[in-house]
Design a protein around this ligand. Sequence first.
Ligand SMILES: *[C@@H]1O[C@H](CO)[C@@H](O)[C@H](O)[C@H]1NC(C)=O
Length: 433
Amino acid sequence: MTGFSHTSWRKPSIRTHDRPTIFLAGVVFGSLLLWAFFSVSTIDPIFIFSRPMPESCQCDKPDPAFNLQSDPPASTFYDDPNFGYTIDESIKNWDQKRQVWLELHPSFKPKSHDRVFIITGSQSTPCTGPSGDHILLRTYRNKVDYCRIHGYDIFYNNVKLDPNMPGGWGKLPAVRATMVAHPEAEWIWWLDEDTVITDMEYKIPFLQYEGYNFVLHGWPIEVYEKKSWLGLNDGSFLIRNCQWSLDLLDMWADMGPRSPNFDKWTKILLDEFKHGPTDQTALAYLIWKKQSDSFGKKMLIETRYYLEGYWTGIVDTLKNITERYLEVETREGMLRRRHAEKVSETYGLLREPSLKDAGNEFGSWRRPFVTHFAGCQPCSGKHNPVFTGESCRNGMDKALNFADNQVLRNYGFVHRNLLDSSVVSSLPFDHPA
Ligand SMILES: *[C@@H]1O[C@H](CO)[C@@H](O)[C@H](O)[C@H]1NC(C)=O
């Protein structure tokens, strides 16, 4: 087999005296095709296509990897009438129940220790802001793109699962129901509607989270010392599908508006964190309060990459980052190699060594992983008055087109201008040599 190496690859130059050879090659190749066509058609045109592929591919199954058509009769938690999806119904022994389900569905067992499931969503009624629904369509498409590239599943919820948990609190019952609906997933990744994944190649370092069950981005000093509810952001978080997490959701929900203890907690949050009872304030309080006990040690405030990054510090850097990545690709031939979208993770891994000096987060020229348009309120359009509507719109366009460029590249196109969502140009071979 011949290996591909862009480093030694040169653009083909067709010199005049090469033409007869190419022409001759064309004739020979053409006759071979004709010969193949006739010889096959005289035998049985179906024959060569109907032979079984090497390794049984089970191509008649919806997904050859999972057995989607078997649910054995042995009972599981799903058959227990006392078991529920809603957040007020406590679950016990979840780890064991999940394990029983996996034993009964062995095709889901491989990778069940690190399988990821994304959940996001928006309100059930149309957006009232200008282009609100269009922006949400794009932010959702962005997550679907990431899932397709990395083989993750996703659920877009657009109903309030618990009418007594409005606003940001609504993510709790949604995450809870998803854990139960997807025992095959180890990690549930919640993403707010106004987040954009701006590094399509980046893979969350789950191996480093072995000792953790809950991960979100923030600044530990702000939470642990300054007791600030803005010291973290719960617009993007990872939660392990386990009993510990169900207990966390119970504690967290107990601080929320559906709880009989809501007034008590409101007072505590105002005293301790000087902020009212939002889902994020309650979470920051829990992380602060439990920092030294064994329960709290399972929660990690991630500071090494933007599991969530605030958009104002990010959008103006995207143009330079694009240029830095192009410089790397000009040097590294393999990163320019065209490939099927399905294998693009390979090229993300190949890029890593070139990014070792790029830094992370603020001031870095690494692509930010998740950009969060907190305060822009794309659905209602009622953005925080500290921004202009235009800065929000331009910022979202830039981030979405920046992400889209990483996807479109696999389809042969690029937005040359990050502010222009509709115009693309096609990419020449070996771009950007
Ligand atoms: C982008 O790069 C240029 C040239 O190096 C620099 O002058 C500019 O400050 C950079 N912009 C940002 C937002 O970092």
